[in-house]
Design a binder for this molecule. Structure first.
Ligand SMILES: NC(=O)C1=CN([C@@H]2O[C@H](COP(=O)(O)OP(=O)(O)OC[C@H]3O[C@@H](n4cnc5c(N)ncnc54)[C@H](O)[C@@H]3O)[C@@H](O)[C@H]2O)C=CC1
Ligand SMILES: O=C(O)[C@@H]1CCC=N1
Length: 284
């Protein structure tokens, strides 16, 4: 594929912005190489242009013609309409990257109705600071070069793992949605800190540094999470008293159920698209 690459984002929401922000902040992509369009919100496009100096447009033929990589970043429910709009202008030398939860590469290929290379990816919003955990899989007409290109792109915004496509539902429930679970956990820690009389900004600093420290320990220490937990937990001490409450409230079970449910939802989102495609075919 020619260099420098031009990238079009179809959809200008949270995930598109996280990727745009990450791509630009690493200086590996210039704002001029990035193009973005959305459904109807002009103010949102102007906001993105003001912040990142990227190209904004609602001219579909133009954005597709100018770009080598097309990132589908609409909600799963909008995939049929968004592909319908771009389809006439797509050719085989484009690489389509879908970040849509649940939607399979085979559904995307059926919507394009021709042999376009598709890579499906599941990043997370930490892409905005170059720390996404992204997993990718290739569709039927994507080759090793396409997967390499997608790897390079997502490497700019964090780590990349290639997985069999069937595993992307679990990845979505785990690391795609994962940042939200952590933020939810932090919201609870903040409430507890306030309840105990700590100042809000003091609490926020302590919580954030605790999370960064624990995450860094997980990354750098050869010890397992269980060993690291036990090292904090003095017999008869404060941690043990706290963890007893989490056990009583079945915290781990709740989290397992949470990830199972999110994984199931990813499958349902994909199935809903397949059903929509089937019913539109039978009604024509
Ligand atoms: N938000 C997240 O943390 C993550 C989201 N994703 C996936 O990324 C995709 C986008 O999610 P968000 O950014 O959170 O959604 P969002 O609702 O913030 O953004 C969706 C964007 O799509 C645009 N859009 C809708 N229909 C369109 C059409 N026909 N043509 C062009 N643009 C159209 C909307 O105007 C909006 O800009 C979803 O499929 C989601 O599953 C994947 C990983 C993480
Ligand atoms: O909640 C969602 O459906 C998307 C996919 C992963 C994170 N956000």
């Amino acid at each position: 594929m020619k260099q420098p690459l031009n990238i079009a984002f179809i959809g200008a929401g949270s995930m598109a912005e996280a990727m745009i922000s990450g791509l630009i902040s690493t200086n590996k992509f210039k704002p001029g190489q990035i193009h973005v369009t959305n459904y109807s919100n002009d103010a949102r496009l102007h906001e993105l242009r003001n912040q990142y100096k990227i190209n904004i447009t609602r001219n579909i033929p133009l954005i597709i013609q100018k770009s080598d990589v097309i990132v589908l970043a609409v909600k799963p429910k909008d995939v049929v309409e968004s592909i319908e709009n771009i389809k006439p202008y797509i050719h085989k030398s484009h690489l389509i990257i879908s970040v849509l939860a649940g939607v399979s590469t085979s559904s995307i290929l059926s919507l394009f109705q021709h042999k376009v290379p598709v890579v499906r990816a599941m990043p997370n919003t930490s892409a905005s600071i170059g720390l996404s955990a992204t997993a990718i899989s290739k569709g039927e007409h994507a080759n090793d070069e396409h997967i390499k290109l997608a790897e390079t792109l997502f490497h700019t915004v964090g780590t990349v793992t290639v997985v069999p496509e069937a595993q992307l539902h679990a990845v979505t429930g785990l690391s795609g949605s994962g940042p939200a679970y952590v933020y939810y956990f932090v919201e609870a820690m903040q409430k507890a800190a306030l309840h105990q009389g700590l100042e809000s900004d003091v609490a926020t600093d302590l919580i954030t540094q605790t999370l960064i420290g624990a995450a860094q320990m997980l990354r750098t220490s050869p010890k397992s999470p269980t060993t690291l937990r036990k090292e904090v937990t003095s017999p008869g001490g404060t941690t043990e008293a706290g963890l007893e409450q989490l056990t009583d409230y079945e915290f781990q079970e709740a989290l397992i159920q949470c990830i199972d449910k999110a994984t199931l939802r990813s499958k349902e989102l994909g199935e809903a698209i397949d059903e929509k495609m089937m019913s539109s075919r039978t009604s024509h």
